[in-house]
Design a protein. Structure first.
Length: 224
């Protein structure tokens, strides 16, 4: 989906944050209310023991192949180790330094969960089995960061990129793009990112899931 594309988008956003930090407290920017695209999705409380997973062996190596139609050359996708959800959550702190948050609410019918650990930790939820993290219905990509931009910096950086806006979700500022482009499948998806406890979360969801669905899931996230 998106692993490399998300890296590129987020790198651009972070560059903008640094460039704008000099005047970030003087430029007024409105925060959009989280009451955006409506949702008819039914949600269920997450039971970690209930998920199937797509793998054969815990820790097996997955090397995603590129099928991108992007006109721009891109580096090879990095290899990942794939785990079931419970095993993956136990392995994730080795990469991240702390236990990541998980949604406590997911759309009904999400039957599969996989955790891919490589340069980032990718927690994937899907309606059906998938062999590649880019093609899951929901991907929560998590990385450790030593730099957390201020709220004001995120307001200003979001305003500089077409399609991005800042959503206030509880006490968290979430930068969101409702029409991010997936070059691998020629479709669009919802991309949202935020910071918590020195971890950077990138939350992506495929249609028919909506922006409001993503907001509901982010609001429900807590450490397991």
């Amino acid at each position: 989906m998106i692993i490399r594309k998300r890296f590129l988008l987020l790198a651009l956003l972070l560059v903008a944050v640094v460039a704008l930090s000099v005047y970030s407290f003087s430029k007024p920017v409105n925060i959009t209310s989280s009451n955006t695209t409506s949702s008819n999705t039914k949600f269920a409380i997450v039971n970690m023991d209930s998920f199937n997973w797509s793998g054969q062996n815990e820790g097996e190596t997955i090397v995603p192949e590129s099928h991108s139609s992007s006109p721009y050359p891109e580096p090879a996708y990095p290899p990942f180790s794939r785990f079931s959800l419970i095993r993956g959550i136990n392995e994730a702190p080795k990469r991240l330094g702390s236990v990541p948050m998980l949604p406590t609410l997911l759309p009904e019918g999400m039957n599969y969960a996989d955790v891919y650990i490589g340069p980032t930790v990718d927690i994937c939820f899907s309606y059906k089995a998938t062999q590649d993290p880019r093609f899951a219905d929901i991907v929560i990509e998590i990385s450790r960061t030593g730099y957390v931009p201020s709220t004001e910096q995120r307001k200003n950086s979001a305003s500089t990129f077409p399609g991005f806006k800042l959503i206030q979700v509880g006490d968290t500022c979430v930068v969101i793009n409702e029409n991010a482009h997936d070059w691998d499948q020629g479709t669009t998806y919802i991309l949202a990112d935020f910071f918590y406890n020195n971890l950077h979360y990138v939350f992506s969801a495929r249609p028919p899931l909506t922006t409001q669905d993503v907001i509901i899931m982010i609001e429900s996230m807590i450490p397991p």
